[in-house]
Design a protein around this ligand. Structure first.
Ligand SMILES: [Zn+2]
Length: 118
């Protein structure tokens, strides 16, 4: 079994701790272990049990909110109850941030609140 970083065919020589509780470990090659130790961005796909790094992160479709939510706005054209949440996000694997505006109905806000447990 090669290194657990997606597409890497090197021999695994080091153990990388994906998470503490419950404990998940993978075996990675020396050069990926070095990158991970240096703080390179990564994510873990539990189904394939692969670590995803570098340009492959673009394929995850994940966005990271890169600052505290900036503001909530109301637009005159929106129906009552609708709020606009402005965020700065960065696509995983990309170095640039972009502005994202979420248009949230009452129902959507309630759904998000309950998902987040607030
Ligand atoms: Zn590797």
């Amino acid at each position: 079994m090669p290194c657990f970083v997606l597409k890497c065919q090197n021999n695994p020589e080091e153990i990388f701790l994906v998470r503490e509780e419950p404990r998940v470990e993978t075996a990675v090659c020396r050069s990926h272990h070095e990158l991970l130790a240096e703080g390179a961005e990564w994510t873990f796909d539990p189904e394939s049990r692969r670590i995803i790094m570098g340009n492959d992160l673009l394929g995850t479709g994940e966005y990271v909110v890169s600052t505290r939510p900036m503001s909530i706005q109301w637009n005159r054209a929106d129906p009552p109850g609708v709020k606009r949440l402005n965020l700065e996000v960065r696509r995983r694997g990309s170095g640039t941030s972009e502005r994202l505006e979420l248009v949230l109905s009452d129902d959507a806000r309630d759904g998000i609140r309950s998902l987040l447990g607030d």
